[in-house]
Design a protein around this ligand. Structure first.
Ligand code: HEC
Length: 171
């Protein structure tokens, strides 16, 4: 799952696809409103209003804690804002992939929460990757708090796509 470059490449059209869908919905929404109901303007037609996000409110302290943990343990490879290493899609000289973005622009949102937490807990050495295991350094609760902070960075449409996949993975 983590080592296949095809997997990573496949995620690009899906992201573009979901943006395109939101755009189409936005355009349709605007043109439907423009003639008869001029009072229904942009606020009712924003992309975030047209997708299911199911975001739960998260306490500011929890987000801050997640960000602090990320800065202490993860940022050295994944970047201060989880933007990933430069050229993260190209194998380095040792044949391994550099740390990918976790801010919603990469591939992480294709994984259910349980898989993300498991990757963080156990690392990717067993798959030939370079991500260390965190289970001896971070509690399950701390790992979950980091994931909550990462997800707060994801755009609404990415979060919504993840949420649909997460729900299906539990059925
Ligand atoms: C030493 C560098 C390094 C550190 C530190 C590190 N990672 Fe990673 N991480 C990686 C690499 C490299 C990969 C890609 C793994 C692969 O291709 O096998 C990765 C992959 C991941 C993935 C899977 C992403 C995907 O697209 O499927 C997650 C989630 C993740 N890291 C979270 C974290 C978190 C959270 C921390 C801090 C607790 C952390 N990482 C710390 C190097 C690192």
């Amino acid at each position: 799952m983590l080592k296949s470059p095809g997997d990573r490449i496949n995620s690009v059209p899906m992201i573009i696809g979901s943006h395109a869908l939101v755009l189409i919905m936005l355009v349709l929404g605007l043109s439907a409103c423009s003639n008869d109901e001029p009072q229904l303007t942009a606020t009712n037609s924003t992309p975030s209003a047209t997708v299911e996000t199911k975001r739960l409110p998260i306490a500011a302290e929890q987000l801050q804690h997640g960000h602090d943990l990320f800065l202490s343990h993860c940022a050295q490879c994944h970047g201060q804002n989880a933007q990933g290493a430069t050229n993260w899609q190209q194998r380095d000289s040792s044949g391994a992939f550099p740390a990918p973005p976790l801010n919603g622009t990469g591939h992480a949102w294709h994984h259910p929460r349980a898989v993300l937490e498991d990757t963080i807990r156990n690392g990717t050495a067993r798959l030939g990757g370079k991500m260390p295991a965190w289970k001896d350094k971070l509690s399950d609760q701390e790992i979950r708090t980091i994931v909550v902070w990462l997800q707060s960075l994801w755009p609404d449409e990415i979060y919504a796509a993840w949420y649909r996949m997460e729900r299906e993975s539990r059925q």
